[in-house]
Ligand binder design. Structure first.
Ligand code: FAQ
Length: 327
């Protein structure tokens, strides 16, 4: 489970490259050194292509699976305004998934194959979407914390060395910013409401805080991909650097909401909010498929994929008919 079938791993096969690949590598290195973008038709090392497909596919899968926790609340939104906002947000997530699958396709990955890898558990999606959204306040907490973490992680990807991924991220980040604000505004409304609403708000924050910190990935000394991905300009910061940036940004916002963060060790040291220890056993268990909703998320995605087979067949038949007519 969770292997990756696209080509050799990051450093494999480097010394058996044909001679003109060596010249191509020099050009590739020069583009990176000049902070230029690598485009789909450029030569790239197999490991670079494989790493990008892994990360972009995981990102796309996260957007698509990430529609589920909030999608579950669309029919129960407490007002027409909240329902319209939530519908727009969940639709944006579908759109983000589609841009990202398209970016992965420019690297030679087929969309069908990627979906297959997701539903058979051979590619990951973000750990965060294996937690349940049990109250309406969770919708706000997902916007504030999960989209907030996603923005901090994704803004630097707008400068990723691979052109199609970087360009897709520019629009995605603009939309994520609206997502984060709507979540904060929802929670602010609860914070000014009844005692029951404030309790619901605090409970949601208690449950989503630590999983949001885990979204940034394992600590730097346990992150096998960071060093190579940074050398290739795919990642621009380490997991811990981005996690720290998120904590620094979020602690003052928690004050505005009047909620406490569930970390007794949180402490301001040299202008940075230092957090307490993260439960990496929980993170690893979720990655192994043992989170509260792993099974449900994949079952739901598999059913949607199976139910949508007739749409794909109809689209393919329609395209074929037009191709025949054109010929
Ligand atoms: N969950 O060596 P690293 C969103 C895996 S979008 C699951 O540090 P890397 C929008 C990692 O794949 C959220 N797996 O890996 C939204 C690797 O696996 P492998 C998604 C994780 O790639 C909001 C292994 O652990 N965002 O939220 C996680 O250098 C609301 C070792 O880790 C992106 O995908 C995790 N949290 O760094 C939608 C952003 N963390 O294959 C709906 C793009 C790590 O080697 C509602 N991705 N792993 O066995 C990235 O920036 C990076 O891929 C990281 C991980 C930072 C996530």
């Amino acid at each position: 489970m969770y292997g990756n079938d696209f080509g050799p791993s990051a450093n494999e096969g480097e010394d058996v490259r044909p001679i003109d690949d060596a010249a191509a590598q020099v050009r590739f290195d020069a583009l990176l050194a000049d902070d230029e973008r690598i485009e789909p038709r450029d030569w790239m090392p197999a490991g670079y292509r494989k790493t990008l497909i892994r990360q972009i596919a995981q990102h796309a899968h996260s957007e698509i699976i990430g529609m589920q926790p909030e999608g579950n609340w669309i029919t129960r939104a407490p007002s027409l305004r909240r329902k319209a906002i939530l519908l727009a947000k969940v639709q944006d997530e579908a759109g983000h998934g589609l841009y990202l699958y398209s970016a992965a396709e420019t690297l030679g990955a087929e969309r069908d194959e990627l979906t297959e890898m997701l539903i058979t558990g051979r590619q990951r999606y973000s750990s965060i979407f294996n937690y349940p959204a049990v109250t309406w306040a969770d919708v706000g907490a997902i916007g504030w914390l999960v989209d907030g973490a996603a923005i901090v992680n994704q803004v630097p990807i707008c400068r990723c060395s691979y052109g199609p991924y970087a360009r897709a991220m520019i629009r995605i980040c603009k939309e994520e910013s609206f997502h984060q604000r709507q979540g904060f505004e929802l929670l602010l409304t609860l914070s000014r409401g009844t005692d029951h609403q404030r309790t619901m708000l605090q409970d949601a924050v208690d449950r989503w805080w630590w999983p949001s910190l885990m979204m940034f990935g394992p600590p730097d000394d346990a992150s096998p991909n960071t060093a190579q991905s940074m050398a290739w300009g795919i990642k621009r910061h380490t997991n811990d650097e981005l996690r720290q940036r998120f904590v620094d940004m979020t602690v003052p916002q928690a004050d505005v909401l009047g909620v406490s963060l569930p970390d007794p060790d949180l402490e301001l040291v040299d202008d940075h909010w230092r957090h307490g220890p993260i439960d990496w056993d929980e993170f690893n268990a979720v990655l192994r498929g043992e989170g509260a909703c792993n099974r449900q998320r994949i079952e739901h995605r598999t059913t949607a994929h199976t139910d949508g087979a007739w749409v794909r067949d109809a689209a393919a038949a329609y395209a074929e008919k037009h191709q025949r007519a054109a010929a």
